[in-house]
Design a protein around this ligand. Sequence first.
Ligand code: AMP
Ligand code: ZN
Length: 106
Amino acid sequence: MDCIFCKITSGQIPTNFVAVSEHAVAFNDISPRQPVHVLVVPKQHFNDVADLNNSSPEILADLMALAMKVAGDTSEGSFRLTFNTGKEAGQSVFHAHAHVTSVQPR
Ligand code: AMP
Ligand code: ZN
């Protein structure tokens, strides 16, 4: 499948992961829109968070735990956790991912 995040999670595109869990990886957004802008991405392909929630709540819980760890490690505790879902909501990469953003880096 021609999916940029599958290439990143599989290592086909070498990427510096800021954190890793059993089912997810975290890396810096290529065009950050806040001082902290990290993407948290399941290793397995799901089209969006609704697909992920329906297919595997266990992987979603693992991804959420990793997102909270990243938020705690990179921000002062004030952050946003966002899943854009659907083109009209601003989703541009159709492999589920959470954005962790903050204006207050740690
Ligand atoms: P969304 O618009 O919610 O689908 O978010 C996709 C995000 O992926 C955007 O913020 C992009 O800047 C980011 N992005 C796209 N390609 C890459 C890449 N190769 N490495 C890191 N981030 C990327
Ligand atoms: Zn994918």
